[in-house]
Ligand binder design. Structure first.
Ligand SMILES: Cc1cc2nc3c(=O)[nH]c(=O)nc-3n(C[C@H](O)[C@H](O)[C@H](O)COP(=O)(O)OP(=O)(O)OC[C@H]3O[C@@H](n4cnc5c(N)ncnc54)[C@H](O)[C@@H]3O)c2cc1C
Length: 277
Protein backbone atom coordinates (compact mmCIF):
# COMPACT_ATOMS: atom_id res chain seq x y z
CA UNK A 1 0.00 0.00 0.00
CA UNK A 2 1.35 3.45 -0.92
CA UNK A 3 1.61 5.87 2.01
CA UNK A 4 1.61 9.63 1.43
CA UNK A 5 4.02 11.78 3.46
CA UNK A 6 2.87 15.34 4.12
CA UNK A 7 5.31 17.91 5.51
CA UNK A 8 3.94 20.89 7.44
CA UNK A 9 5.92 23.85 8.76
CA UNK A 10 3.56 25.00 11.52
CA UNK A 11 1.79 23.13 14.31
CA UNK A 12 -1.63 24.52 13.38
CA UNK A 13 -1.20 23.39 9.78
CA UNK A 14 -0.29 19.82 10.85
CA UNK A 15 -3.12 19.67 13.40
CA UNK A 16 -5.67 20.88 10.86
CA UNK A 17 -4.49 18.24 8.39
CA UNK A 18 -4.81 15.49 11.04
CA UNK A 19 -8.30 16.74 11.91
CA UNK A 20 -9.43 16.61 8.26
CA UNK A 21 -8.00 13.21 7.35
CA UNK A 22 -9.09 10.31 9.62
CA UNK A 23 -6.55 7.95 8.01
CA UNK A 24 -3.64 10.33 8.68
CA UNK A 25 -1.18 9.79 11.55
CA UNK A 26 1.35 12.18 12.99
CA UNK A 27 4.89 10.88 12.54
CA UNK A 28 7.08 11.16 15.63
CA UNK A 29 10.28 9.11 15.62
CA UNK A 30 8.44 6.33 13.78
CA UNK A 31 9.58 3.44 16.03
CA UNK A 32 6.00 2.14 16.20
CA UNK A 33 4.51 3.62 13.01
CA UNK A 34 7.30 2.48 10.70
CA UNK A 35 7.32 -0.94 12.34
CA UNK A 36 3.57 -1.23 11.65
CA UNK A 37 4.23 -0.20 8.07
CA UNK A 38 7.02 -2.75 7.62
CA UNK A 39 4.87 -5.49 9.12
CA UNK A 40 1.90 -4.71 6.86
CA UNK A 41 -0.19 -3.58 9.85
CA UNK A 42 -0.58 0.10 8.95
CA UNK A 43 -4.09 1.44 9.62
CA UNK A 44 -3.19 4.79 8.00
CA UNK A 45 -2.71 6.05 4.47
CA UNK A 46 -0.95 9.37 5.24
CA UNK A 47 1.88 10.29 7.56
CA UNK A 48 2.15 13.91 8.67
CA UNK A 49 5.45 15.33 9.83
CA UNK A 50 5.93 18.81 11.20
CA UNK A 51 9.06 20.97 11.17
CA UNK A 52 7.83 23.55 13.70
CA UNK A 53 10.94 24.26 15.85
CA UNK A 54 8.87 24.40 19.07
CA UNK A 55 8.37 20.62 18.84
CA UNK A 56 12.09 20.03 19.41
CA UNK A 57 12.54 22.66 22.14
CA UNK A 58 13.58 21.99 25.76
CA UNK A 59 13.20 24.81 28.30
CA UNK A 60 14.54 23.52 31.59
CA UNK A 61 16.51 26.30 33.24
CA UNK A 62 13.89 27.16 35.91
CA UNK A 63 11.53 25.17 38.13
CA UNK A 64 8.85 25.06 35.41
CA UNK A 65 9.97 22.93 32.49
CA UNK A 66 8.71 22.61 28.91
CA UNK A 67 9.67 19.70 26.66
CA UNK A 68 8.58 19.58 23.01
CA UNK A 69 6.85 16.43 21.75
CA UNK A 70 9.60 15.65 19.21
CA UNK A 71 12.30 15.50 21.89
CA UNK A 72 13.77 12.00 21.89
CA UNK A 73 14.72 9.79 24.84
CA UNK A 74 18.38 10.26 23.81
CA UNK A 75 18.03 14.06 24.08
CA UNK A 76 16.39 13.81 27.48
CA UNK A 77 19.36 11.68 28.57
CA UNK A 78 21.78 14.26 27.15
CA UNK A 79 20.12 17.12 29.06
CA UNK A 80 21.51 17.51 32.57
CA UNK A 81 18.61 19.69 33.74
CA UNK A 82 16.26 16.75 33.03
CA UNK A 83 18.24 14.32 35.23
CA UNK A 84 15.13 13.37 37.22
CA UNK A 85 13.68 11.88 33.98
CA UNK A 86 16.82 9.95 33.05
CA UNK A 87 15.82 6.66 34.68
CA UNK A 88 12.52 6.65 32.76
CA UNK A 89 14.08 7.69 29.41
CA UNK A 90 16.92 5.17 29.81
CA UNK A 91 14.40 2.37 30.35
CA UNK A 92 12.94 2.78 26.84
CA UNK A 93 14.32 0.13 24.45
CA UNK A 94 17.99 0.06 23.43
CA UNK A 95 20.18 2.93 22.13
CA UNK A 96 18.84 2.72 18.54
CA UNK A 97 15.23 3.00 19.75
CA UNK A 98 16.07 5.81 22.19
CA UNK A 99 17.71 7.81 19.39
CA UNK A 100 14.35 7.92 17.55
CA UNK A 101 11.62 7.41 20.16
CA UNK A 102 9.93 10.70 21.06
CA UNK A 103 8.14 11.94 24.14
CA UNK A 104 5.01 12.60 22.03
CA UNK A 105 4.97 9.06 20.67
CA UNK A 106 5.36 7.63 24.18
CA UNK A 107 2.12 9.33 25.25
CA UNK A 108 0.31 7.30 22.57
CA UNK A 109 2.25 4.05 22.91
CA UNK A 110 0.00 1.11 23.88
CA UNK A 111 0.95 -1.48 26.56
CA UNK A 112 3.54 -2.83 27.21
CA UNK A 113 4.98 0.58 26.30
CA UNK A 114 4.47 4.04 27.79
CA UNK A 115 7.27 4.08 30.40
CA UNK A 116 8.01 7.80 30.09
CA UNK A 117 4.27 8.49 30.04
CA UNK A 118 3.98 6.81 33.47
CA UNK A 119 6.71 9.12 34.80
CA UNK A 120 4.97 12.20 33.36
CA UNK A 121 1.68 11.17 34.97
CA UNK A 122 3.40 10.76 38.35
CA UNK A 123 4.95 14.22 37.92
CA UNK A 124 1.51 15.73 37.18
CA UNK A 125 2.65 17.05 33.78
CA UNK A 126 0.32 19.07 31.55
CA UNK A 127 0.03 18.07 27.89
CA UNK A 128 -0.23 20.86 25.28
CA UNK A 129 -2.65 19.64 22.66
CA UNK A 130 -3.40 21.25 19.31
CA UNK A 131 -6.75 20.23 17.79
CA UNK A 132 -7.33 21.83 14.43
CA UNK A 133 -6.64 25.54 14.99
CA UNK A 134 -7.25 25.53 18.77
CA UNK A 135 -4.68 24.82 21.48
CA UNK A 136 -5.33 23.68 25.07
CA UNK A 137 -3.53 22.17 28.05
CA UNK A 138 -4.80 19.02 29.75
CA UNK A 139 -3.47 16.86 32.57
CA UNK A 140 -1.83 13.58 31.51
CA UNK A 141 -4.70 11.84 33.32
CA UNK A 142 -7.35 13.58 31.17
CA UNK A 143 -5.23 13.11 28.06
CA UNK A 144 -5.10 9.34 28.67
CA UNK A 145 -8.85 9.22 29.38
CA UNK A 146 -9.59 10.97 26.07
CA UNK A 147 -7.13 8.66 24.30
CA UNK A 148 -8.91 5.64 25.82
CA UNK A 149 -12.31 6.96 24.72
CA UNK A 150 -11.00 7.10 21.15
CA UNK A 151 -11.47 10.87 21.00
CA UNK A 152 -10.39 12.46 17.70
CA UNK A 153 -6.75 12.53 16.69
CA UNK A 154 -4.94 15.46 18.18
CA UNK A 155 -1.44 16.79 17.82
CA UNK A 156 0.62 16.87 21.01
CA UNK A 157 2.90 19.91 20.98
CA UNK A 158 4.74 19.13 24.23
CA UNK A 159 4.44 18.85 28.00
CA UNK A 160 4.97 21.20 30.93
CA UNK A 161 5.88 20.08 34.42
CA UNK A 162 7.42 21.26 37.66
CA UNK A 163 10.83 19.95 38.62
CA UNK A 164 10.69 17.77 41.79
CA UNK A 165 12.04 19.63 44.82
CA UNK A 166 14.84 17.13 45.30
CA UNK A 167 16.11 14.20 43.27
CA UNK A 168 14.93 11.54 45.77
CA UNK A 169 11.38 12.87 45.59
CA UNK A 170 10.86 11.18 42.23
CA UNK A 171 11.21 7.41 41.90
CA UNK A 172 10.92 5.16 38.84
CA UNK A 173 11.12 1.41 38.51
CA UNK A 174 10.63 -0.89 35.53
CA UNK A 175 10.26 -4.62 35.97
CA UNK A 176 11.32 -6.51 32.89
CA UNK A 177 12.08 -10.17 32.28
CA UNK A 178 14.78 -9.42 29.69
CA UNK A 179 17.64 -7.16 30.76
CA UNK A 180 18.78 -4.56 30.02
CA UNK A 181 16.28 -3.55 27.34
CA UNK A 182 13.23 -5.79 27.55
CA UNK A 183 9.71 -4.41 27.58
CA UNK A 184 8.00 -3.77 30.85
CA UNK A 185 5.98 -6.37 32.77
CA UNK A 186 5.21 -3.68 35.31
CA UNK A 187 6.37 -0.06 35.60
CA UNK A 188 5.98 2.15 38.67
CA UNK A 189 6.65 5.86 39.15
CA UNK A 190 6.11 7.99 42.24
CA UNK A 191 6.38 11.58 43.37
CA UNK A 192 7.10 11.52 47.11
CA UNK A 193 7.53 15.10 48.30
CA UNK A 194 7.57 15.84 52.01
CA UNK A 195 6.38 18.75 54.06
CA UNK A 196 7.47 18.80 57.72
CA UNK A 197 8.71 15.21 57.44
CA UNK A 198 5.37 13.90 56.13
CA UNK A 199 4.41 12.99 52.60
CA UNK A 200 2.31 15.57 50.83
CA UNK A 201 0.74 15.51 47.36
CA UNK A 202 1.78 11.87 46.82
CA UNK A 203 1.38 10.42 43.34
CA UNK A 204 1.95 6.77 42.54
CA UNK A 205 1.47 5.47 39.00
CA UNK A 206 1.54 1.99 37.47
CA UNK A 207 1.91 1.07 33.81
CA UNK A 208 0.92 -2.35 32.46
CA UNK A 209 -1.52 -2.94 35.32
CA UNK A 210 -4.33 -1.38 33.23
CA UNK A 211 -4.94 -0.47 29.55
CA UNK A 212 -3.03 2.82 30.09
CA UNK A 213 -0.77 4.19 32.86
CA UNK A 214 -2.97 4.88 35.89
CA UNK A 215 -2.70 6.31 39.39
CA UNK A 216 -2.77 3.86 42.30
CA UNK A 217 -5.36 5.79 44.31
CA UNK A 218 -5.44 3.41 47.31
CA UNK A 219 -1.63 3.58 47.64
CA UNK A 220 -1.69 7.38 47.39
CA UNK A 221 -4.32 7.54 50.17
CA UNK A 222 -2.32 5.14 52.35
CA UNK A 223 0.82 7.28 52.06
CA UNK A 224 -0.59 10.81 52.18
CA UNK A 225 0.33 12.61 55.40
CA UNK A 226 2.49 9.71 56.65
CA UNK A 227 6.22 9.35 57.09
CA UNK A 228 8.04 7.28 54.49
CA UNK A 229 9.11 4.77 57.12
CA UNK A 230 8.55 1.04 57.54
CA UNK A 231 4.99 1.46 58.85
CA UNK A 232 4.04 3.78 55.99
CA UNK A 233 5.58 1.47 53.38
CA UNK A 234 3.79 -1.57 54.85
CA UNK A 235 0.47 0.29 54.77
CA UNK A 236 1.03 1.15 51.10
CA UNK A 237 2.10 -2.39 50.18
CA UNK A 238 -1.06 -3.80 51.80
CA UNK A 239 -3.20 -1.99 49.21
CA UNK A 240 -0.72 -2.12 46.31
CA UNK A 241 -3.07 -3.91 43.87
CA UNK A 242 -6.34 -2.38 45.08
CA UNK A 243 -8.44 -0.99 42.23
CA UNK A 244 -6.46 -2.80 39.50
CA UNK A 245 -7.50 -5.72 37.26
CA UNK A 246 -4.23 -6.21 35.41
CA UNK A 247 -4.09 -7.87 31.99
CA UNK A 248 -2.91 -11.40 31.30
CA UNK A 249 -0.51 -11.39 28.37
CA UNK A 250 2.62 -13.13 27.12
CA UNK A 251 4.70 -11.40 29.82
CA UNK A 252 2.68 -12.34 32.91
CA UNK A 253 -0.73 -13.35 34.17
CA UNK A 254 -3.09 -10.97 35.88
CA UNK A 255 -2.66 -12.98 39.10
CA UNK A 256 1.14 -12.68 38.94
CA UNK A 257 1.06 -8.93 38.40
CA UNK A 258 -1.22 -8.47 41.41
CA UNK A 259 0.93 -10.80 43.50
CA UNK A 260 4.26 -9.06 42.80
CA UNK A 261 2.98 -5.46 42.87
CA UNK A 262 3.43 -5.13 46.69
CA UNK A 263 7.03 -6.37 46.49
CA UNK A 264 8.01 -3.93 43.75
CA UNK A 265 6.10 -1.08 45.37
CA UNK A 266 8.03 -1.64 48.63
CA UNK A 267 11.31 -1.55 46.66
CA UNK A 268 10.27 1.66 44.91
CA UNK A 269 9.34 3.31 48.22
CA UNK A 270 12.48 2.21 50.05
CA UNK A 271 14.58 3.45 47.11
CA UNK A 272 15.77 -0.10 46.42
CA UNK A 273 14.57 -0.11 42.80
CA UNK A 274 17.89 -1.39 41.37
CA UNK A 275 16.85 -4.89 42.46
CA UNK A 276 13.75 -4.71 40.23
CA UNK A 277 14.95 -2.81 37.18
C1 LIG B 1 12.32 -2.63 19.76
C2 LIG B 1 11.42 -1.64 20.48
C3 LIG B 1 11.53 -1.53 21.87
C4 LIG B 1 10.72 -0.62 22.55
N1 LIG B 1 10.85 -0.52 23.91
C5 LIG B 1 10.07 0.37 24.58
C6 LIG B 1 10.19 0.49 25.99
O1 LIG B 1 10.98 -0.20 26.65
N2 LIG B 1 9.40 1.39 26.63
C7 LIG B 1 8.49 2.17 25.95
O2 LIG B 1 7.80 2.98 26.58
N3 LIG B 1 8.36 2.08 24.62
C8 LIG B 1 9.12 1.19 23.92
N4 LIG B 1 8.97 1.07 22.57
C9 LIG B 1 7.90 1.80 21.91
C10 LIG B 1 8.30 3.15 21.32
O3 LIG B 1 9.60 3.13 20.78
C11 LIG B 1 8.21 4.31 22.31
O4 LIG B 1 7.03 4.24 23.05
C12 LIG B 1 8.35 5.67 21.63
O5 LIG B 1 8.42 6.69 22.60
C13 LIG B 1 7.27 5.97 20.61
O6 LIG B 1 7.59 7.22 20.03
P1 LIG B 1 7.80 7.44 18.47
O7 LIG B 1 8.16 8.86 18.30
O8 LIG B 1 8.71 6.47 17.85
O9 LIG B 1 6.31 7.15 17.97
P2 LIG B 1 5.78 6.94 16.48
O10 LIG B 1 6.03 5.53 16.04
O11 LIG B 1 6.23 8.04 15.57
O12 LIG B 1 4.21 7.15 16.77
C14 LIG B 1 3.51 6.31 17.68
C15 LIG B 1 2.07 6.86 17.78
O13 LIG B 1 2.09 8.14 18.42
C16 LIG B 1 1.51 9.13 17.55
N5 LIG B 1 2.30 10.35 17.75
C17 LIG B 1 3.64 10.47 17.85
N6 LIG B 1 3.98 11.74 18.15
C18 LIG B 1 2.82 12.44 18.20
C19 LIG B 1 2.50 13.81 18.46
N7 LIG B 1 3.42 14.74 18.74
N8 LIG B 1 1.19 14.17 18.43
C20 LIG B 1 0.22 13.26 18.14
N9 LIG B 1 0.46 11.95 17.89
C21 LIG B 1 1.75 11.55 17.94
C22 LIG B 1 1.64 8.57 16.15
O14 LIG B 1 0.70 9.11 15.26
C23 LIG B 1 1.40 7.08 16.42
O15 LIG B 1 0.02 6.83 16.53
C24 LIG B 1 9.78 0.17 21.85
C25 LIG B 1 9.68 0.06 20.45
C26 LIG B 1 10.48 -0.84 19.78
C27 LIG B 1 10.36 -0.92 18.28
Amino acid sequence: MAIALETCHALREAAALLGRAPAARFLGGGTLLVRALNEGEADFSTLVRCLDPSLAEIRASGPRIRIGAAVTMARILATRELDFLHSAARSVGGPAVRAQATLGGNLFAPPPYGDLCAALLALDARVSVQSGYSARDVSVEDFLRERGNGAGRTLVAGVELTRPRDSRAFRFLKVSKVRPKGVSMLTMAARLEESGGRLSGVRVVYANMAPAPARAAAVERALEGRRLDRTGIEAAAAVASEGFSPPTDSLASSWYRRAVAPVHLSRLLTGDSKRSA
